[in-house]
Design a protein around this ligand. Structure first.
Ligand code: TXA
Ligand code: MG
Length: 321
């Protein structure tokens, strides 16, 4: 879908300090040259993102990592060998070349080597690391298709590389190798590489995904990934909501429910009950329900294992008031 010509033009824009949206295997990203503080400021402006939220820097090859970080601990190396390129971001001590605006003033930087061909070709052609958050306005649902990006930004963002829907559908897993007591790595955000997969490789890690500390990261802000329609995460029957004076209620369900009586609209995340398929469909299904002018979206919890951890994390934040 995306031609060499499109990628070359987008890479040129990045080199000249402009912004481009591009596909990754997780969600679409809004990229700028990570070494250009003014270009990166453009990301915060376009997204309406507070400056205290650090960005992930994307590289095309693992070898580029040492240009950005001071050292790579052995356990981080093991994760890189196993999961890069892929949906895993590592937080490591940054080098001086990474501007403060990228890391929101933190001494660490999150780096990821995406697996998506177009993303890697773009970064290679640009010849610079690319800072990129998800390509949505701050706090809103992440884009898993080019159309979602265009819907949000329209003419404000002229270059959107379109390579169809994202293969994974939830953001990368963020693992930190800084400030953890006892030097154990910590999970900051569950995502496309599961906690189970990580612990299979490096053993037990700490999890720090809730707001037990100051939000050093947008994924840790309680309200995030939110549609405009109020959303509740609950197993309650529809009756409870109708009594509440709510008339048009939509249902977001993992599998097809036994009875759909009374719901104005239903989105099923996976007929087969596959968490992988549910992750792929999650954000697009939230968007479709959000576009219907409903009074409420009721979401049923999914099993909180493997990719279900990332799904439940996003659903809790979408439901937070
Ligand atoms: O899959 C993804 O990660 C997508 C695609 C585009 O690569 N990007 C993405 O970026 O989700 P964003 O900005 O929506 O989320 C950035 C996450 C935050 O949740 C934050 O926890 C973490 O990265 N982060 C970035 N720098 C950090 C740092 N220095 N310390 C701790 N967390 C950091
Ligand atoms: Mg985001």
């Amino acid at each position: 879908m995306v031609t060499k010509h499109d990628i070359a033009a987008a890479a040129n824009t990045l080199r000249q300090g402009g912004l481009v949206a591009f596909p990754t295997e997780t969600v679409y990203g809004l990229g700028a040259c990570a070494l250009d503080a003014v270009a990166v400021a453009g990301i915060f402006e376009l997204k309406g993102r507070p400056r205290f939220d650090p960005l992930i820097v994307h590289i095309s090859d693992a070898e580029q990592l040492t240009e950005l970080v001071r050292s790579v601990p052995p356990l981080a190396m093991e994760l890189i060998d196993k999961f890069w390129p892929g949906p895993l971001s590592l937080v490591l001590e940054k080098r001086r070349c990474v501007p403060d605006i990228v890391t929101a003033g933190l001494p660490s930087v999150a780096v990821r080597c995406p697996q998506h061909d177009v993303a890697r070709q773009l970064i290679r052609a640009a010849g610079v690391p690319v800072a990129a958050p998800s390509a949505n306005r701050f706090g809103m649902v992440s884009p898993t298709a080019a159309a979602h990006v265009i819907e949000q930004f329209g003419d404000l963002l002229p270059i959107v590389l379109d390579d169809g829907p994202c293969r994974i559908g939830v953001e990368s897993t963020v693992v930190s190798f800084v400030d953890s007591p006892g030097e154990r790595p910590a999970l900051l955000r569950p995502g496309g590489v599961t906690l189970e997969q990580i612990e299979d490789v490096i053993g037990k890690i700490e999890t720090r995904t809730h707001e037990d500390s100051r939000p050093t990261s947008p994924g840790q802000l309680s309200r995030h990934y939110s549609p405009a329609t109020p959303l509740v995460l609950s197993g309650d029957t529809l009756q409870n909501y109708l009594l509440d004076g709510k008339s048009a209620v939509g249902l977001l369900s993992f599998r097809r429910p036994q009875s759909s009586d009374g719901f104005s609209a239903i989105e099923v995340l996976s007929e087969q009950g596959s968490l992988r398929e549910a992750a792929v469909n999650l954000f697009a299904a939230m968007r479709r329900l959000d576009s219907l002018g409903l009074d409420l979206i009721v979401v049923r919890p999914v099993p909180e294992v493997e990719l279900g951890r990332a799904i439940m994390d996003r659903l809790r934040r979408a439901a937070a008031r």
